[in-house]
Design a protein around this ligand. Structure first.
Ligand code: F6R
Length: 239
């Protein structure tokens, strides 16, 4: 595991974008694993800029989102698929047919997860996975208690994640209590992983996840056994 700490977040996102854009230039048919949430927004902005200013094409890349809320359709403003569409797909030449997101309103959620596993397999797995980090150490919706062999599945959201959803103001009622997520094992199968964590609210998770010990209580700690992980931190999260 390689850790890089940046004094300012601009430098951090410049480094993150350099890794991602270099990987796309090297392999225009790359399979990218995408996170939603606040963390990747500046990275996706830089990808959009590279498309606009450098004419870099993303038309051959394939994407797989990490997770989705159960009961939220992909048009809903809180949908993670919609998030990646609004921040990345619609602003570049990414082929929508090559983008994938779990369907949180599928009538058979187990079948939806199995089908996602198949799609991932057919795509040859993820080449480069982009991750944020939950303050409780979650990656995707692999909440505390998720083990290393976990795969794409339905999961109950933790109290911490639910309170974040409440604060996000996307919902005045029917706050999601469950999610669909690719598992820790799926993430560990990615050839390369870039995890970004910024801000003081992530410092405790960073300490517990990357201190050497692996534990299902801190799911991101399993990343430590992956052979190509880059963890990008700012001063506050690294504290
Ligand atoms: C989102 C996801 C989550 C977030 C994490 C951090 O697709 O999988 O694991 O990466 O909750 O969220 P932010 O970036 O909003 O702090």
């Amino acid at each position: 595991m390689k850790t890089e700490v940046f004094r300012d977040t601009d430098q951090l996102y410049l480094a993150a974008a350099n890794y991602v854009l270099a990987a796309i230039k090297k392999n225009p048919k790359i399979v990218l694993g995408l996170a939603a949430g606040n963390t990747p927004i500046p990275l996706y902005k830089k990808m959009v800029e590279a498309h606009e200013k450098e004419n870099l094409s993303f038309s051959d890349i394939t994407t797989f989102n990490l997770d989705e809320y159960v009961g939220v359709d992909q048009e809903h403003p809180a949908s993670f698929y919609r998030f990646t569409r609004d921040h990345l797909f619609d602003l570049t030449d990414i082929d929508h047919l090559k983008t994938h997101g779990l369907n949180g309103v599928a009538s058979d959620l187990k079948a939806e997860c199995d089908q996602y596993e198949n799609l991932l397999k057919m795509a040859g797995g993820i080449d480069l996975q982009i991750l944020g980090l939950g303050p409780n150490g979650h990656i995707g919706f692999n909440e505390p208690g998720s083990d290393k062999s976990s795969r794409t599945r339905l999961i109950n959201l933790s109290a911490e994640t639910k309170s974040k959803i409440e604060r996000s103001l996307f919902f005045d009622r029917d706050i999601p209590t469950q999610g669909l997520t690719i598992g820790v094992a799926n993430i560990l199968e990615a050839k390369k992983i870039i995890l970004i964590a910024t801000g003081a609210s992530k410092a405790n998770a960073v300490k517990n996840c990357f201190s050497g010990k692996e534990s299902a209580q801190w799911p991101a700690s399993f990343l430590q056994s992956h052979k190509d992980v880059i963890v990008l931190l700012d001063g506050a999260s690294a504290k």
